[in-house]
Structure formats: C-alpha cells, structure tokens
Ligand binder design. Sequence first.
Ligand SMILES: Nc1nc2c(ncn2[C@@H]2O[C@H](COP(=O)(O)OP(=O)(O)O)[C@@H](O)[C@H]2O)c(=O)[nH]1
Ligand SMILES: [Mg+2]
Length: 213
Amino acid sequence: MDSATSEANPGTTQSASDRPPLLSTAANGLKIVIVGGFGVGKTTMVRAVSDIRPLNTEETMTRAGEGVDDLSAVRGKSTTTIAFDFGRISLNESTVLYLFGAPGQERFWFLWDRLFSGTLGAVVLVDTRRLDECWYAIDRLEAHGTPFIVARNDFGGPRHTAEQVREALDLSEDIPLVDCDARSRESSRDVLLALVHHLYALSTARTAREITP
Ligand SMILES: Nc1nc2c(ncn2[C@@H]2O[C@H](COP(=O)(O)OP(=O)(O)O)[C@@H](O)[C@H]2O)c(=O)[nH]1
Ligand SMILES: [Mg+2]
C-alpha cells in the first residue's frame, strides 16, 4: 500500500507519483526534528507534509516493547517506531527542508546527540491524554538549547485549555503552543510555519540584543 494514501493519512490526497524528485540545484539543506512520545503522530505528520514517500523504520511491535510502550491509550496501533522517520520538503530551487521524526522515549536518547547537531529547531508533538510522555523531550531540548514549539495533536476527547496545557508542561510564555491534526497536510504545514516564525522571532531578538550598545 502506498504510505502517502494509507489509513494513517486520511487527510492526505497526494500520491507518491505526484511527489517531485530532488532538484539537482538543491544546495542548502535545513533540518527540523519532530519529537514526541509513542503514538502521538510523528510518523503521520512526516508523511503528511513530505514531498517524497518518506522513509521510516516502523517495526512490528515485539516483546521488547511490551510493558514499555503503553498501548492502552493508542487503540489499533500495532507498530512502533524504533528509530527515525525521514521526509523532505523542497522550499525553493536551492533549499530543501529535511524532516526527522524521532522517538522521545528516554531509552532512545542515546541517538539524539547526532540528530541535534545542525538542527534548526524542533516540534514537540503531544497528545494531551498522555502529556507526561513529552516531559523528557522538553527537558532535553531545553538542556541542549535547541529552539522548539509544542504542537498539540487532536485526538478528540476532552479538550484542555491552552493555559491548562501550558501549566501541565510548565511551558514558558515565549514558547508557542499550537493545535494540529497530524493527518492533514495543511495543518502539519502550519505547525512547521509556526516553528519557522518562532525561529525568526528568536533570531530577530538576538540581533537586536547584539546591536544594542
Ligand atoms: N484522531 C487522530 N488520530 C491520529 C492523529 N495523528 C495520528 N493519528 C493516529 O494515531 C496513531 C499513531 O500515529 P503515529 O504517526 O504512528 O504515531 P508515532 O508513534 O508518533 O509515529 C495512528 O494510527 C494514526 O493514524 C490525529 O491528529 N488525530
Ligand atoms: Mg512512528
């Protein structure tokens, strides 16, 4: 089955054959990471926004994940990402954005040092029914000084206010919190745009500080 039109992507209509090859003029590569707990929608989001048929390393859940990956809140999910998702978006003729979906669980963080290097910023994807799963990722990103935003993936169910989510995550005012549906290309693109705006605001503030005598 074509992953671009799989069940995980009901909001995505683009087929793999519509997706353009990488232009030979592409000289600049930018990197963004999407991180989050198990089943928050990382693979779904990378698939939704990628120009190419994304690579991923979904593996059928094995006994190794039993009792470790909490399936109780993720009905119908029988696979778990053991390493990364990888997707690509061509921004213009010379610039390509690379997207990495990475597991936030503590046991995978040995993979992260390499991944962080050269990363522009990160999206922390959260499921508000299981907020505790992203604490570790937020903590690591803050410790590493990697800029990030938080995107709340909509799985239905009870809605929390933005203030409640901020308080539960102990999120400071200057970190954007946005809502999304990872299955939708438009919504996932808006999440990436929110991150880019945040990065731009941070860099403008830094420049202003540098030129202030
Ligand atoms: N209702 C709903 N389901 C979603 C959404 N995003 C992902 N899912 C489903 O949640 C499950 C887990 O998503 P997946 O992308 O595999 O999570 P990952 O472990 O973070 O890569 C899949 O069955 C998705 O189809 C969403 O925004 N809304
Ligand atoms: Mg996944």
